[in-house]
Each structure stands twice: as C-alpha cells, then as structure tokens.
Write a new protein. Structure first.
Length: 303
C-alpha cells in the first residue's frame, strides 16, 4: 500500500473531487505543476463562497506519489514533463521559451468541443460533464493527429463557455473548436495561425463569429471553407425593432474601412450574400453572445 502524508492525501482528495470544486482540467494540471517543483504557492483560488486561500508545498519525493494517486483515481497523466527547481529564466530556455513575448508558453491554444469530447492523438478525452468550461489549454506542438471532422475558429472568448448549448448541432458536435485568441502580436492569435497552417489542408476550416462586418472580414482573412451564422430565415421574419433588440452595441459603421459605407458583397462567397445584404440593409451587427442567449439556430454556409 502506498504511504502518503495526510496533507498530500487531503490535497489529492480536493483534486479528485475537482468537479465539485469548480476546477477545469487545465487548472488541475496547473495546480499540480505548481505543487511539483515551483514551491510555496496559492493552489486553490479564492472563491466567492469562502474567500479561502490554501497554501501547500510538496515534501521531497512525494511528487511521484501524487502522480500515481491522481492517475489511479481520475486517469490524468500528469508530471510527465518535469519542471526543475531553479531560476525561471534558465528553465524557460529549456521549456519552450517561456519568457518570450510575455507568454507562459509559446505554443498554447484553447480548444473545446460542444459534445464535451476532444479527439486528439488517437485518444478521446472527456471534459467534465458537470462543469461548462471554456475548454482545455493544450500545447499544439504536441498534437500529432486530430480525429474531429472539422476545425472551427471561434471569434470571441465567452461563447467558448456556451458551446455545450450546441451539442446537438452536427457541425459543432463533431468539430474541434479553437478560440481565435488576442490579435496583438505575440499573443495567442499567432499560435492559432500556426496550428491552423498545420491542418488546414487536412480538415475543413469553418468560422464562428459575430454577425457583423468584422466577423465576415476575419472569416475571409482565414480563407475558411465556410462560416457559421444564424438561420437567415429566422431573421427575415423579424421586424426592424425586433432585429435591433437582438443586436449588440452599434459597431456596424465603425468596423467598416474608411470611405466604405457598406460591406462589399461581391468580395465574399455567394452563400454569405443574404446575411451581408440583411446586415447592410439594417446597418446592424449581432454579437455571438446575444444570439446564443436567445437560442438562435446556427447553420453552416459553405464558401
């Protein structure tokens, strides 16, 4: 029988019961890495309920025991890439240039799936059923294969939390959804571009963004195979007042290039024209969050 300290046993219990604790898979791994080698650190975030902060540090030799316990209980492979004690800059040189561009890791991307399953590297990873998270942060350099049938680029962060609402939509059910990331140089958007470049010739690439000029422009810049938009038939039945209620902040004209009054329909695929015409007609833009909130039907309009 494994000998393990009472403190470590209690900590393992908290990790194993992580669904109730409200922790995501990536947060669990981050906490375990914090325990292993990075020393004294806050490892349970303050919550609105308790405002509690717990500090903990592994004793020497117990990291491997923690690895075995977590793997036995919830099947997580952790601590497979040791992070040694010592100077962080020196470690960064050995571990993916941690300090370059102010990123923790240069090849991290955020991915999710509406059905709660990631199919990568010939394995199926289930996301926590009781927690609707934005997804998992993964190192894309370690992804060797994707078993989903498409990749969807999601423009905004918040909708990543609500993909589970689209679990019965065939487009989202079978796709790997990746958050587009921040657009600033050196941020996650650059890593998304590198990841997509590796797979765009193997899998269809779709775009899921705001129904506004910038959303169409971003989709075009990625040269996607299709764009996911609300059912145009629903919009056609609504009055101007109802359409305005569904719209977010007025970003229609500010998003257009200087001197351009409306989005130029002819530069976009034919299947997107009905939506662009409607958007131009009412001079409105609709944000993903608003449309998800009213349970809009989403359809794929291929290029």
């Amino acid at each position: 029988m494994m000998t393990i300290s009472r403190t470590l046993y209690n900590r393992c219990k908290k990790l194993i019961e992580s669904n109730e604790q409200g922790l995501k898979y990536d947060e669990i791994n981050a906490e375990i890495q914090a325990l292993f080698g990075l020393g004294h650190k806050q490892v349970i975030p303050a919550s609105k309920r308790t405002k509690q902060k717990i500090y903990f540090k592994l004793r020497a030799g117990e990291a491997e025991k923690l690895q075995a316990v977590i793997k036995a209980e919830i099947g997580l492979e952790v601590l497979t890439e040791p992070y040694c004690n010592g100077d962080r800059i020196a470690n960064a040189a050995r571990h993916n240039d941690e300090k370059i561009g102010a990123n923790a890791s240069q090849d991290i991307i955020l991915v999710n799936n509406a059905a709660g399953q990631l199919k990568l590297n010939q394995e199926v990873s289930g996301l926590f059923r009781s927690i609707h998270a934005a997804g998992l942060e993964l190192r894309h350099s370690m992804i060797s294969s994707i078993e989903h049938n498409a990749i969807i680029i999601c423009e905004n962060f918040t909708p990543m939390y609500y993909l589970h609402q689209l679990k019965n939509n065939p487009v989202f059910e079978h796709s790997l959804v990746i958050y587009r990331g921040d657009s600033q140089n050196g941020k996650r958007a650059d890593e998304v571009n590198r990841f997509i470049d590796n797979y765009k010739s193997e899998l269809p690439l779709y775009y899921f963004g705001d129904f506004d000029p910038e959303g169409f422009s971003i989709a075009k810049s990625f040269q996607v195979d299709g764009i996911i938009l609300p059912d145009i038939n629903l919009f056609s039945t609504l009055t101007k007042v109802e359409l305005k209620k569904l719209a977010g902040k007025d970003k229609f004209f500010p998003q257009l290039a200087h001197g351009q009054t409306y989005l130029n329909v002819s530069t976009y695929p034919q299947t997107w024209h009905a939506h662009i015409h409607l958007m131009n007609k009412y001079q409105l833009g609709w944000q993903q969050e608003h449309l998800l909130g009213v349970d809009t039907d989403w359809l794929l309009y291929k290029s």
